[in-house]
Design a protein around this ligand. Sequence first.
Ligand code: PLP
Length: 325
Amino acid sequence: MSPKYPNRVKIAHLPTPLHPLERLSKHLNGPTLYIKRDDATGLAAGGNKARKLEFLVAEALAQGCDHLVTTGAAQSNHCRQTAAAAAQYGLGCSLVMKGHEPAAKTGNLLIDDLLGAHMYWAGDQDTSKVMAQVAAELRAMGRKPYLIPLGGSNVLGATGYVLAMQELMTQLTTAALNVDFIVVASGSGGTQAGMVLGAAVYGFRGQILGVSVSPEAQALTTQIAALVTATATHLGLGTLSLAHKISVNDDYLGEGYGMVGEMEREALRLVAQREGILLDPVYTGRAMGGLIDLIRWGAFTRGQNVLFWHTGGAAVLSAFADKLS
Ligand SMILES: *Cc1c(COP(=O)(O)O)cnc(C)c1O
């Protein structure tokens, strides 16, 4: 299987580090834990969207577009990294945010502002409708907008994570390391879809476990399966079904998306204080909380190697100050 990759610009600092979590592993007394540091991709405070944007921005430039338009929740990391990519390539950026404008610009909203993004608040309206309106206004002004879906999760975004699996396999081979499980936070599914396809392409034999931060497992699994198939087709790999390789856990949704509970608080403090690594309360805190819970329930054996894929997000921390302290 040899994928034919679309054009890519260089945005992320790659390869991101892979290293053991010795003190955390010892503390939890379960499997041996490793971490893949996609919080260190760069692009205005790092995160998984940098890998996706390498392909999305390349297509925007190839189409002669001069403006990126995307959408997300108020504290969206995807919006923040899209605004940064736009700034890096001299493009305009419009962000359609879900809900109503909060009183204070904190966390990612502050960074979006510093990066010069234009903000639109969808209020009670459907964000895709507002995105279409914003794009129409830009066209009327003679601009050429490029629309990026929620989370950058289309075939181009997922492609970033197909290649991330190649990067991981090279690191594992060099370190003579065998990973039994990858645990990753899953939201719009593009990251997990890319990983599942990349695992098949590059021969990763472990299991990939997505911890959902919001959708129910069934819905997210279906969404990921469709994206895996579409991405495989886009990369010239033919029709490929990897539905049996898609594993999503929705046991840790708590009060819902972005609602911080005791589990996230504990995971954040534990990883910060045992490893000096910052997680975020919305994605990686929830995924790590899930991983810790699974370890405590004995889901893994002592000799197994479990890799936590850090997808970034700590730029939101100050916006959650009242929920975290
Ligand atoms: C967007 C995001 C995710 C989820 O990635 P998807 O591809 O949307 O599933 C995970 N972690 C962080 C920090 C994110 O910003």
